[in-house]
Design a protein around this ligand. Sequence first.
Ligand code: ADP
Length: 501
Amino acid sequence: MDLRNQLFIGGSWRPSSSGETFTTINPADRETLATVARAREQDVDVAVAAARAALSDPRWSQIGPPERGRVLNRIAGLLRERKEELARIESLDCGKPLNQARNDIEVSARYFEFYSGVADKLYGKTIPLAGQYLNYTLLEPIGVTAHITPWNFPLQIACRGIAPALAAGNTVVHKPAEQTPLTALLLGEISLEAGLPAGVLNVVTGFGNDAGARLTSHPHVNHITFTGSVETGRLVMKAAAENIVPVTLELGGKSPNIVLADAEFPSALKGVSTAVFANAGQICSAGTRLVVDSKLHKDFVQQLQKHARSLRIGPGLENPDLGPLISEEQHQRVQEYIKIGKQEGARLLTGGKVPDDPRLRQGLFMEPTLFDEVTPQMRIAQEEIFGPVLAILTFRDLEEALEIANGVSYGLVAGIWTRDIKKAHWLAARLQAGQVFINEYFAGGVETPFGGYKKSGFGREKGLEALVHYTQVKNVCVNIDLQADLETQQGKPQTQSGVTL
Ligand code: ADP
C-alpha cells in the first residue's frame, strides 16, 4: 500500500531516527499490507518536545476558542470528504466489514464535530463567598496529552480522545496500535490540511514496549488516555504514578445481555447477536454473556443458533457479517478459549473452529461460536476472549440474573431486554456497569459518557464528561474589601482569618 512510512512530528513527516520500519498485515489473507516507520524512545522524546513547544506557540495558545472550534470542525469535514478512502484502509488494516469501517469514519468525524462545538463553551464559574471576595474558576488545558490506542477501532478510539483534548487547548502525542497504524497517520495529514498548527498533533507509530512505554513514562506528558488490556493498563498506571500524571483507562469487559421471559423476542435476538458478533467480537463492550430466563432459554437459543449459522464470513471489503480476527496471536487465543470451554464442560452448540471454506484458509477467520450450559465460574464466563464467542447462562429469578451479571471482575456495559419497566429499572440501578442499555445494545453516540466500573477502568470518555480529563481547574480568589484597606491605612487592628485546607 502506498502510504506514508514516516512519523508525523511537529507538522512534518520524518523517518524514525534509527531508520527502522515494520510491516502490517491484511488479516483477511495474512499478506503484507504496509510498511511504517518504527518509533523508538528517542522519536517519542522528539514528538513530546514538539507537543510541548506547540503548547506555548501563539498560533495555538492565542488562537482563541472559536477558531480552535473551527479547525476541529474542518477536520470533521475532511474526514467525511475522505470517508470512503479511510474506510477502505481501515477495513484492510483491521479486517472489519466495510460498512462497519464506514461507520467508524463517520463516528470519528462526529467526535471532531461534537467537540468543535465545545471549544468556546468551556466556562469557569463564579463562587459566592462570605465576606468581600470575587472568586472565579478558569478551565485551563492540562498540557501535553498522550493517547495510546488499540487495534479494534483504530480511528474512532483515537478521535474519541484526541478531539476533546484539542478542543480544550491541549497538544497531543498519539501512538496507535502497531497492528493498525494507517488511519492515524492520515489523521495527521488531515489535521495539517485543516489548519491545525504544527506540533499540536503528533503521531508516532511503533510498539508498546518501547515507544508506548516511553510515552507513558515521559516527564513532560501531563495526561495519559489509554484503551487496551488490563495487563497493559496496569503498566500504564504504574508508569504514570512515577510522574504523578492522571490517566483515563478504558480496559476490558465481559458484558452481559440479560433477556427476561417477556422480552420482545426478535429485537432481543438481533440485539444479542449484534452485541457479540459485531467486529467479530473484538469490542471491549461486546455482549459476550447471554444471561437468559430459563423459561425462554430453549426457544431463544434455538433461534440464536439458526441465526449464527446464517452469518456470512469473509474479507472486510466484501462486506460480510464477520471479518477476520486481527492477528495470529488473537486467532490462537480465541481457539485456546474454545478448547478451555469444552474442557470445562460447556456445550458447544455451533461454530468453534476456523471455517472450512478454502477461500478463507489464508485469513485469520473464526466461526461465530455459541457455548450453552455455561456456569458462572467457568473461565469462558469470566475472562475476556475478544472473539466471536458467546457464553450462555440461565437464571430463574431477577436476583439470580443480577448476581450472574455482576459476578465478574469487569463492569463496562450491560444490556437488559424486557417489556417490564419496573424490572428494567430495578436491574439498571443495581448493575455494576458504566453504561446500561434497555431493549438496545451499543446505543448512544459520541454524546453519552462511556467508561468502566471495576477492572474495566475509570474515567469517562465521550460526551461532556470527557472534558474533565483534558482541563484543569484554577481557582482565583480576589479580595475586594475596600473598607478593610481603609481601616488598615488608618492603623486599625485587623482580625487574622483562619486557614481552611
Ligand atoms: P492487545 O494485547 O490487545 O494488543 P494492549 O493493551 O497490549 O492490547 O495494546 C493496546 C495499546 O497499548 C497498543 O497501542 C500497544 O502498542 C500499547 N502498549 C502495549 N504495551 C505497552 C506498554 N508497556 N506501555 C504503553 N503502551 C503499551
